[in-house]
Design a protein around this ligand. Structure first.
Ligand code: UGA
Length: 437
């Protein structure tokens, strides 16, 4: 099929590349010329495992194209996928200005019947508004269908999630449009659920908010486990074996971040509020997350008292492993609080340092390796669970530190192994989340 994808962020780019991979001809459109130039050369502007390889392969196959021109990208396409950002506005609602502009801009280039599939996360009812915008602007002799086709891929596993999704949601008014979308996705062999447009929009928000709530729930259980002497890892495992609960997203830590959960939860709360619905459980989800992000600093204060003059190492800056994304990363508030309390912070992240510098500037120092960050530190904070941290020789790490103290915000170290290998280590202190060392 002939497909265009508007917007080459995480969602648009991964979708475009994967649709080319399953045999479609895909034009990816973006207004950012620098980005498009890089992409034409097969260079991905974002860090995403497996993306570069599929990008280069499909450019060479002649199935994947990049352009800044709407005219070129949209001409003769059967489906146009919109995947532009819907960032958070100041009042917590989703900022729809980019998507509205994209729809208006593309409408004047539409010459043939087409399906517009909206992948961007938009509040319930937005697609009806977008459809009205299209109808008002488009040539009356062509048929334009609009479908809601929300995206569930995760950063860091975007390619895998697109090729092996749990489900594809298609919200449509017209059966023909739904059938065409199903045909497009057929090679993926993924279960498809067809709904009305508003339900499809809601599935996206309800899913992200539920997962955020699941994380805040296990974090509260973790805090309780810690005081009561239970082990949250075992508790989560025991809970997760119940099929009704499921084991995923029960990893206790220092809260969720990223460009989606915080924004989508707040947008859903905003929608609820504007319709006079008191979504209490979701308000608490946010409050718990705010508290959880401060957990390691709270622990450091109760361990050290005065933090002035102390040196701390941060292991990880990105909001989660396998991404260089710093949006809403817990490392931001942790760095801010520690430096405000007079401590010096040196951080190491395998890929997110450059992005972190744009936010944290020279308020903290940046190391080239975990060992360099740990040198002379009074304690180290595990902030992001990068796999390479699990491979570290903990003894060698503690050797270079001033004090052998670890605050593990992601429970990356196994208690038993640590205890057996470090029994003899003078003064070693380990503070995981939701369990006692
Ligand atoms: C999330 C959803 O998982 C995707 O399904 C969705 O498509 C995407 O948002 C989106 O709306 O675009 P993403 O933000 O990439 O994906 O990252 P996740 O892997 O879901 O992690 C989100 C946050 O939750 C991270 O900060 C992570 O550290 C945290 N988390 C996750 C936990 O603290 N515990 C867990 O058990 C799982």
């Amino acid at each position: 099929m002939q497909i265009a994808v508007l917007g080459t962020g995480y969602v648009g780019l991964s979708t475009g590349v994967c649709l080319a991979e399953i045999g479609h001809n895909v034009y990816c459109i973006d207004i950012d010329e620098r980005k498009i130039e890089l992409l034409r050369q097969g260079i991905s502007p974002i860090y995403e495992p497996g993306l570069d390889e599929l990008l280069q392969k499909n450019i060479q196959n002649g199935r994947l194209f990049f352009t800044t021109s709407y005219e070129e990208g949209i001409k003769n396409r059967e489906v146009i996928i919109i995947a532009v950002g819907t960032p958070q506005s100041e009042d917590g609602s989703a900022d729809l200005s980019y998507i509205k502009k994209a729809v208006c801009d593309l409408s004047s280039y539409l010459k043939d019947d087409v399906i517009i599939a909206v992948k961007s996360t938009v509040p319930v009812g937005t697609n009806d508004e977008l459809y009205q915008l299209l109808k008002d602007r488009c040539n009356k002799n062509i048929r334009v269908d609009l479908v809601s086709n929300p995206e569930f891929l995760r950063q860091g596993s975007a390619i895998h999630d697109t090729l092996h999704a749990d489900r594809i949601v298609i919200g449509a008014k017209s059966e023909e449009a739904a059938a065409k979308m199903k045909e497009m996705y057929l090679p993926l062999q993924v279960p498809i659920i067809q709904t009305d447009i508003r339900s499809a929009e809601m599935i996206k928000y309800a899913s992200n908010a539920f997962l955020a709530m699941k994380i805040s729930y296990i974090n509260e259980i973790a805090n309780l486990c810690e005081v009561l002497g239970a082990n949250v890892n075992d508790v989560a495992k025991g809970m997760g074996m119940d099929k009704r609960i499921g084991g995923a997203f029960l990893h206790a830590g220092i809260g969720y971040g990223g460009s989606c959960f915080p924004k989508d939860v707040k947008a859903l709360l905003h929608t609820a509020k504007s319709h006079h619905v008191d979504f209490a459980i979701l308000k608490e989800t946010v409050a718990v997350n705010e508290r959880q992000r401060r957990l390691l600093v709270k622990k450091a204060v109760s361990r050290f008292g005065d933090l002035r003059g102390k040196k701390f190492a941060l292991f990880g800056l990105a909001f989660k492993p396998n991404t260089d994304d710093m949006r809403e990363a817990p490392s931001i508030i942790i760095s801010k609080l520690l430096t405000e309390l007079g401590a010096k912070v040196t951080a190491y992240d395998p890929v997110a340092t450059e992005n972190a510098k744009k936010i944290l500037g020279d308020s903290i120092s940046y190391a080239q390796s975990a060992y360099e960050a740990a040198r002379d530190a009074n304690a180290l904070f595990v902030v992001t669970e990068w796999p390479e941290f699990q491979q570290l020789d903990v003894k060698a790490l503690l050797d270079v530190m001033k004090q052998p103290i670890i605050f593990d915000g992601r429970n990356i170290f196994d208690l038993e192994t640590l205890n057996s290998s470090l029994k003899a280590y003078q003064g070693f202190e380990y503070y995981p989340v939701g369990k006692r060392a």
